[in-house]
Ligand binder design. Structure first.
Ligand SMILES: Cc1cc2nc3c(=O)[nH]c(=O)nc-3n(C[C@H](O)[C@H](O)[C@H](O)COP(=O)(O)OP(=O)(O)OC[C@H]3O[C@@H](n4cnc5c(N)ncnc54)[C@H](O)[C@@H]3O)c2cc1C
Length: 385
C-alpha cells in the first residue's frame, strides 16, 4: 500500500483535512486510517456547539473564519448539519467577570464584527423565565453562536472525500510512524507497513502515543468529560446557557433540535482515562447544580450519557502544522482543548493549503508547535465545560 499522504485519525479534523486535500488536488493519493469507526473520538461525543467568542483575539478570529466555512458546509457537501444560530448565554455573578466581558467585547469581539449583547437581570428574567437568577447580576449573549448536528459534518466530509477517490480505512489502528534519515517513510499497521512521504497526526487522544513512537514530546493532556441527554421535551431552552459561578463548575445546558436537554460540567478531574466510562458520582453533582439553575428540570428524566475527552494543551489552544526540528513530512493537528469541532473546517482548509502550496498565513502562525519551545503561548481561558 502506498500513498502521498497518510492521515492518522478519522475524526472531524482528520476528515476535514482529507476533504480539502482532495478538493485542492484530486490527483493526490490520500489515505485516512481510523482505529475504530469514523467519529469514534470527540467528534461524535461532543455537544455540537459553535461560537466566535474566545478570550484571545487569535482564537476569536480563527473561530470566525471556521464558522464561515461551517455555514457553507451544506452547499459544499450536500449534507445538512441543521445549523441553528441560537446563541450562547453566559450568566454572570461577579462584577470583575462582567468587566472582563465588557473589555473583551471592545478589544476583540466588536473589532471582529461580532459584538455581544449585555443584559441586566430584569431583561434576563423576562427572556428566560425558567432560570433561577438568584446571585446573578446579568448576562452576556452571543447571537452569532449556535448549534448543529455534529454527526452530519463528520459523515459529510467522509462521504465527499470518498467520492473524490479518497481511501478511508476504519478499524485500522496505526501503531507507529516510520522515519529514517530525518524523513517520514510511512506508517506501521502491525500486519503491514504503508509507504508515504507525509503523515498528518490528527488522532486526538491517541496523538501523544504516536509522537512518542518517534521520541517527540507534544504537550497534550487528556481530560475526561461526561455528557447527559434527557428525554425530548418542548423546546424552551434555546441558547447554550453557561453558569459562570465558581461553584457551578462550568455547568452548561441547552436543548437539541429534537428537544433533548443536553449538558455537562467540569467534574471530576479525570486525566488520561481512555475508557470513556461514565460515573454516578458525576451525574449526582451535575443534577444538583442543574436543578439549582433550572428548578423545573427536577422533573426531567435522563435518557442516556456518554463520555469523551478534551485533548488539552498548556494554553488551551490547538496545535497545527509542523516543527522544523521534526522529521521532514511530519504534521500535526490536535490539542483542541474542548473547542475543536467548530475549528475543524478552517483547520482542514489551512492544513491542506499548507501541505500542498506551502502556505502558512498569519492566522495559522501562532498555532505551530514550536510556540511551546519559544514560550509564545496563546492563553485561552474561555473554555466551556
Ligand atoms: C463532552 C464533550 C463536549 C464537547 N463539546 C464541543 C462543542 O460543543 N463544540 C466544539 O467545537 N467542540 C466540542 N468538544 C471538543 C470536540 O469534540 C473535539 O475538539 C473534536 O472532536 C476534535 O476532533 P479530532 O478529529 O481532533 O479528534 P477525535 O474526534 O477524537 O478524532 C481522533 C480520531 O483518531 C483516532 N485514533 C486515535 N489513535 C489512533 C491510531 N493510533 N490509529 C488510528 N486512529 C487513531 C480515534 O479513534 C479518533 O476517532 C467537546 C468534546 C467533548 C468530549
Amino acid at each position: 500500500m502506498k500513498y502521498d499522504i497518510c492521515i492518522i485519525g478519522g475524526g472531524v479534523v482528520g476528515l476535514a483535512i482529507a476533504y480539502y486535500l482532495k478538493k485542492f488536488d484530486r490527483k493526490l493519493r490520500v489515505g485516512v486510517f481510523e482505529k475504530r469507526y469514523f467519529g469514534y473520538g470527540g467528534s461524535t461525543r461532543n455537544a455540537g456547539h459553535f461560537r466566535v467568542h474566545f478570550w484571545t483575539y487569535e482564537n476569536s478570529k480563527y473561530a470566525s473564519e471556521s464558522i464561515k466555512l461551517l455555514m457553507k458546509f451544506m452547499g459544499e457537501t450536500g449534507w445538512n448539519p441543521t445549523i441553528m444560530r441560537s446563541g450562547y448565554l453566559w450568566l454572570i455573578s461577579d462584577e470583575k467577570v462582567w468587566k472582563a466581558y465588557e473589555d473583551t467585547n471592545i478589544r476583540v469581539w466588536s473589532r471582529l464584527g461580532n459584538p455581544v449583547i449585555f443584559m441586566d437581570i430584569d431583561e434576563v428574567s423576562k427572556k428566560y423565565p425558567y432560570l433561577n437568577l438568584e446571585g446573578f447580576i446579568g448576562a452576556v449573549f452571543g447571537p452569532q453562536d449556535g448549534k448543529l448536528h455534529h454527526d452530519i459534518v463528520v459523515y459529510g466530509y467522509l462521504d465527499r472525500f470518498r467520492r473524490m477517490d479518497g481511501e478511508a480505512h476504519p478499524y485500522t489502528p496505526v501503531l507507529t510512524i516510520n522515519a529514517k534519515n530525518g524523513k517520514v517513510k510511512g506508517i506501521d499497521l502491525g500486519h503491514k507497513t504503508v509507504e508515504c512521504e507525509k503523515v498528518i497526526v490528527a488522532a486526538g487522544e491517541g496523538s501523544r502515543i504516536l509522537f512518542d513512537s518517534l521520541g517527540i514530546e507534544i504537550p497534550i493532556k487528556i481530560k475526561r468529560k461526561e455528557l447527559y441527554v434527557s428525554e425530548p421535551y418542548t423546546l424552551f431552552i434555546d441558547p447554550l446557557v453557561i453558569d459562570t459561578r465558581e461553584d457551578s463548575m462550568g455547568l452548561y445546558i441547552t436543548q437539541s433540535l429534537r428537544g433533548e436537554l443536553m449538558g455537562s460540567l467540569d467534574y471530576p478531574e479525570a486525566y488520561d482515562d481512555l475508557t470513556h466510562e461514565t460515573t454516578l458520582e458525576h451525574y449526582i453533582v451535575y443534577a444538583k447544580k442543574l436543578v439549582r439553575l433550572v428548578p423545573i428540570l427536577r422533573y426531567s428524566t435522563i435518557m442516556r450519557c456518554w463520555s469523551g475527552n478534551y485533548v488539552t494543551t498548556p494554553d488551551n489552544s490547538h496545535i497545527m502544522g509542523r516543527d522544523p526540528y521534526w522529521p521532514e513530512g511530519l504534521y500535526v493537528a490536535t490539542g483542541f482543548s474542548g473547542h475543536g469541532f467548530m475549528l475543524a473546517p478552517y483547520t482542514g482548509f489551512l492544513m491542506a493549503r499548507h501541505i500542498i502550496y506551502g502556505e502558512t498565513p498569519d492566522i495559522m502562525k501562532p498555532y505551530t508547535p514550536e510556540r511551546f519551545r519559544e514560550g509564545k503561548l496563546i492563553n485561552e481561558s474561555l473554555v466551556i465545560g
